[in-house]
Design a protein around this ligand. Structure first.
Ligand code: AP5
Ligand code: MG
Ligand code: ZN
Length: 214
């Protein structure tokens, strides 16, 4: 089963994708995580992407579609994919159709996380992750059970994203409204869009997504 999680920055795409990986044995394919990995590694893609990401704008369609294609090639055909933060433009949506067809795969669900944009700035500016395993946390909504110690791996180093400041978040939201929200009708025509209230507690959002996938 292959699904897209769609929603503005801070909607909870990454949070829910990590849970789906654990519950359903699927694989999270986050273009944001891949790009941040490329920036850290100092690859040519990372060098190109860094300034664009720091401004909150979109990296080129070709770069992200190539990243997704490579991940699907490396991944088993029997493992379901959770597309997190991809596609983000009409050009990426058609590239994904072509890539999936080439891999003999198809989309089962597009799940839109519907959220109140005013709450998102707080979510994003409070977010931090484990520097070792990437588990996600939040200053107010999801602290580790033992302060300063990752629940998943016991590491004690955490990090914050450079694009998680208010000004960049505003630009990311403008990009979402202008370029990403308009791709929803493509999937609505295919009858595969479901909406989930992303303002509920994290567990409730997961419950609603589980019900859609069942
Ligand atoms: P990307 O990494 O995809 O960022 P984003 O879309 O802006 O989304 P976020 O990761 O900020 O939010 P999320 O929905 O994953 O929320 P999360 O679960 O963390 O992209 C970054 C940049 O890379 C882009 O700006 C662009 O430059 C580039 N890029 C990436 N993909 C691209 C593409 N396809 N094309 C072109 N450029 C691309 O949740 C946020 C916080 O809220 C967490 O702390 C979490 O604990 C908390 N939280 C989550 N759910 C809840 C809840 N229900 N209640 C309370 N708190 C919650
Ligand atoms: Mg994310
Ligand atoms: Zn960890």
């Amino acid at each position: 089963m292959d699904i897209i999680l769609l929603g503005p920055p801070g909607a909870g795409k990454g949070t829910q994708a990590q849970r789906l990986e654990q519950r359903h044995g699927m694989r999270q394919l986050s273009t944001g995580d891949m790009l941040r990995g490329a920036v850290r590694a100092g690859t040519p893609v990372g060098l190109k992407a860094k300034a664009v990401m720091d401004r909150g704008e979109l990296v080129s369609d070709e770069i992200v579609s190539e990243l997704i294609d490579a991940e699907l090639t490396a991944m088993g055909d029997d493992v379901g994919a959770i597309f997190d933060g991809y596609p983000r433009t009409a050009a990426q949506a058609s590239a994904l159709d072509e890539i999936l067809a080439r891999h003999g795969r198809s989309l089962d669900h597009v799940i839109e996380l519907v959220v109140d944009e005013d709450a998102l700035v707080e979510r994003i500016t409070g977010r931090f992750t484990c520097a070792n395993c990437g588990a996600g946390y939040h200053d107010s909504f999801k602290q580790p059970a033992r302060p300063g110690v990752c629940d998943e791996c016991g590491a004690t180093e955490f990090k914050r994203r450079p694009d998680d400041n208010e000004e960049t978040v505003r630009t990311r939201m403008v990009e979402y409204r202008a370029k990403t929200a308009p791709i929803l009708p493509i999937y609505e025509e295919r009858g595969i869009v479901s909406r989930v209230d992303g303002m509920q507690a994290i567990d409730e959002v997961t419950g609603n997504i589980d019900a859609i996938l069942a």
